[in-house]
Design a protein around this ligand. Structure first.
Ligand code: ADP
Ligand code: GLC
Length: 473
């Protein structure tokens, strides 16, 4: 079986968030004697593309409305990844030093058109076309409706929704950018008066998956305007929980962290990482260390941190370290707190992959008070490194973290993204930390929880097989 994943991000090539981690891991775990899983993504101007060499496998031109652009499909000369990866190089549109920006419509449309134009040249169509998020949401529509892609009408395609908050809306004035189709069907592109690539994909894809079962259910009630559509299409929708890449996220072998460890050596190993963090960020090693890693956006609840941090740092015995970037106002509020709480609070405003690994290893608790969390990978990385997650029970967080007060519990959960509830959760964590035997036993146990991709990757394969069957019937 041949699968092609179409995605805007893929680790280690280009990463903004968890989408990259998933697309950079899933194909590895899908590949087997019978399955060839590969990725196609845009060719950005970034560190990875600067440091690697590429060769072209296909050169052509694409039409975006009345404009013609040259493009190439590139592949890596050497093979540093465990799966085949291809890149769409549209020098005039895509080769920029950013992944997302105001020109997303033209960039991602050219990416999708170039991808399908190239797939048309394959001797045999892929068995499955797997699209990720709205950046590839017009693919299922074009496969079904565009005259030029008629050859793919029987090729099964899947949309995975990693985040329904972002839908890729653009005006009907730009409908001419989409390769010609029967205009009687233009309604498939529309939701609420705009062209909505995510909605179009939900309508046209053969199957829609979300990255956790709870998120699938929640979307029927809150999906940034798509609730009724998701309810109407629920028969073809299914939640499959993400895994994490155990080859990359493994405290025993992780080359980013200061000292490697297993669950037998976690006491010293995690402590060495904590020491590094405390020395680097001027924090007291004796206090429990609470961390946050992530995008500073409304969904993550990060706007509440200034109030939460002020409250707990005034009265509790703890240290806090934050790594993130996003909303400029929140960034500056979090930056300003540094002066007020020298020795107990610090923040690195920016993106730093290596530091994130050291924090998963060295922190005692990881905060995730998300308002929306389709899956969340951070809590699973934390578990793997023996760091106890403190989460708001929603989406994938609800599916992966059980509160210490429940049977077999190991995390700290709260119901709402609200300042008093987050403070209360932190206080419960401090109490747990004071009870060192219980804290240590939980730390050891959580490192054994298996969130590797094996199970989820085979759930996808099962789904692909069902679709192949439908196609052949
Ligand atoms: P989302 O995709 O919504 O941002 P996830 O929990 O799925 O959330 O994944 C976030 C990924 O991005 C994780 O790998 C996390 O470690 C990483 N990450 C987020 N912010 C930063 C940052 N500032 N520096 C380094 N890594 C980050
Ligand atoms: C999105 C979601 C996040 C999820 C990730 C990978 O970015 O916000 O919750 O873990 O995709 O699927």
């Amino acid at each position: 079986m041949t699968i092609i994943h179409i995605s805007a991000e893929c680790y280690p090539v280009a990463k903004v968030g968890g989408l990259a981690d998933v697309v950079g891991a899933l194909p590895k775990y899908q590949n087997s004697a019978d399955v060839r899983s590969q990725v196609i993504m845009p060719f950005y101007d970034n560190k990875f593309t600067e440091e690697h060499s590429f060769s072209s496998v296909y050169d052509a031109q694409l039409e975006l409305g009345d404009t013609t652009y040259k493009f190439s499909i590139l592949t890596l000369k050497e093979k540093p990844l465990d799966f085949d990866i291809f890149f769409v190089d549209v020098p005039e549109l895509i080769f920029k030093d950013y992944v997302y920006s105001a020109d997303d419509t033209e960039r991602f449309l050219s990416f999708q058109i170039a991808t399908l134009d190239w797939l048309l040249t394959w001797d045999k169509s892929p068995d499955i076309i797997h699209c990720h998020d709205h950046h590839t949401g017009l693919v299922p529509f074009m496969l079904q409706e565009s005259y030029k892609y008629e050859a793919f009408r029987k090729t099964p395609n899947i949309l995975t929704i990693h985040n329904a908050q972002y839908q890729g809306w653009f005006s009907h004035d730009k409908v001419g950018l989409i390769p010609p189709f029967n205009f009687d069907h233009v309604g498939l592109l529309d939701w609420g008066g705009s062209i909505n690539p995510l909605a179009a994909a939900i309508k046209c894809a053969w199957r829609v998956t979300t990255v956790s079962p709870s998120y699938m259910e929640e979307l029927k009630l809150a999906a940034n305007g798509l609730e009724s559509l998701l309810s109407a299409e629920s028969d073809k929708c299914l939640g499959i929980l993400n895994g994490i890449d155990w080859k990359v996220w493994n405290p025993e072998t992780d080359s980013y962290i200061v000292e490697n460890y297993t669950n037998e050596t976690v006491a010293n190993g995690a402590l060495a990482n904590k020491k590094y963090l405390c020395n680097t960020f001027n924090l007291d090693i004796e206090k429990p260390l609470f961390a946050f890693i992530g995008r500073l956006v409304h969904e993550k609840g990060s706007d509440l941190f200034p109030d939460v941090f002020n409250a707990v740092l005034e009265k509790e015995d703890l240290s806090i370290l934050l790594l993130g970037s996003g909303n400029k106002m929140v960034e500056s509020q979090l930056e300003n707190l540094k002066e007020k709480y020298v020795g107990t609070y610090n923040a690195f405003i920016g993106y730093d992959e290596k530091l994130s690994h050291i924090i998963y290893a060295g922190a005692d608790f990881l905060l995730m008070p998300s308002r929306v969390e389709p899956c969340g990978l951070n809590q699973m990385y934390a578990l793997r490194y023996g760091t106890i997650p403190i989460v708001r029970s929603i989406g994938g967080l609800k599916d992966t973290v059980i509160d210490i007060n429940e049977q077999n519990g190991f995390g700290i959960c709260h119901d709402n993204t609200a300042v008093p509830e987050i403070i209360n959760a932190i206080e419960r964590a401090i109490a747990l930390y004071k009870d060192q035997p219980t804290y240590k036993s939980i730390r050891n146990n959580i490192m054994n929880i298996d969130h590797s991709w094996d199970v989820s990757a085979s759930e996808y394969i099962e789904l692909y097989n069902t679709l192949k069957q439908t196609k052949d019937d």
